[in-house]
Design a protein around this ligand. Structure first.
Ligand code: CUA
Length: 326
């Protein structure tokens, strides 16, 4: 029976129904016109067939109403698809504000997932149900592509830069994850599963953590690599202070601006000469070869955690304001 063969993966994320609706809408529109054209061709071929071999077709010279109709109607239909697809696209690329972060690296031929609290896993990813999760990832060698069919999200893993996908799982269970970019002989084995758990079960699973929180590992690297000697929190060092940096706009030498996000920090560690913060000198050496992708992710989490502590809490006066009471 056909019912035993799943034609489509289950819809297990909040965006999955929207992606499917768009997909089926496009299939329906294109099928309608393809079938209508084939039927019309068949009917006319029979109706106007020439048994005698002597009939000659009438010459037709244009028809404004007809030309308007076949221009305007397809235009309206395609713009409708465009607008709906744009809405779905924004939904897929813009994670909600309170999104849980997970880092990942792809390499031939496995996916390694790193939870912020320290737990890491290979070809398996545990996530809680009903909570937005963003996976930020890169590749250590060639192009890969991280694909979660049940969540309807996919993005290429590109060496040298970050990609990300986000999803909010809507049902518990095991779902496939694939590499969707041919990357060598064992590409077909670069697969795994996502385990969606109830939030309480996920917390229990996380608490069996074997590693240190990512930000703590980042902090240790920050000491080991001597970043701390130049990047002083009070901004008196040879490099800019990193406290409160994450997510802000940085003014660069030459007048350009950059957003201090994951990619900016990664670039500043590995190719520090690419973007120089205004007012600072080209002193920082590259840390390429001294820190691996996971080390970079740890440093990013550490810098993010500095952002959290440095941001003034609501209701407290900024450090520069005079004290309210003597
Ligand atoms: Cu990695 Cu295909």
């Amino acid at each position: 029976m056909l019912s035993g063969i799943p034609l489509f993966p289950v819809q297990a994320s909040t965006v999955a129904p929207d992606v499917d609706r768009l997909y089926f809408l496009i299939i329906a529109v294109t099928s309608f016109f393809a079938i209508a054209t084939v039927i019309a061709v068949a009917i006319f071929a029979i109706k106007y067939r020439d048994d005698s071999g002597e009939r000659v077709g009438a010459q037709i010279h244009g028809s404004i109403p007809l030309e308007l109709a076949w221009s305007v109607i397809p235009f309206i239909i395609s713009m409708g698809i465009f607008v709906y697809a744009t809405v779905v696209f924004f939904e897929i690329v813009r994670p909600p504000a309170e999104t849980m972060e997970i880092y990942s690296t792809g390499k031939r031929w496995m996916w390694r997932f790193q939870h912020v609290d320290g737990k890491s896993e290979i070809n398996e990813l545990h996530v809680p149900k009903g909570r937005p999760v963003r996976v930020t990832f890169t590749s250590e060698d060639v192009l890969h592509s991280l694909y979660f069919p049940a969540f309807r999200v996919k993005a290429d893993a590109i060496p040298g830069r970050y990609s990300s996908v986000w999803f909010e799982a809507t049902q518990t269970g095991d779902f496939h994850l694939f590499c969707a970019e041919y990357c060598g002989t064992k590409h077909s084995g670069m697969i795994g599963k996502v385990v969606v758990m109830e939030p309480s079960a996920y917390q229990a699973w996380l608490s069996g953590s074997d590693g240190q929180p990512l930000a703590v590992r980042g902090q240790q690297l920050f000491q080991q690599l001597a970043c701390v000697t130049c990047h002083l929190d009070d901004n008196t060092g040879r490099g800019p202070s990193l406290a409160g940096l994450f997510g802000t706009t940085v003014e660069l030498e030459g007048g350009a601006n950059a957003i201090a996000d994951d990619s900016y920090i990664r670039e500043s560690i590995l190719t520090p000469q690419t973007k120089i913060v205004a007012g600072y000198q080209r002193l920082m050496p590259t840390f390429q070869g001294q820190v691996n992708e996971e080390g970079v992710m740890g440093l990013i989490e550490f810098i993010k955690s500095k952002a959290a502590t440095a941001r003034p809490q609501p209701g407290t006066a900024p450090a520069s304001a005079p004290p309210a009471r003597p």
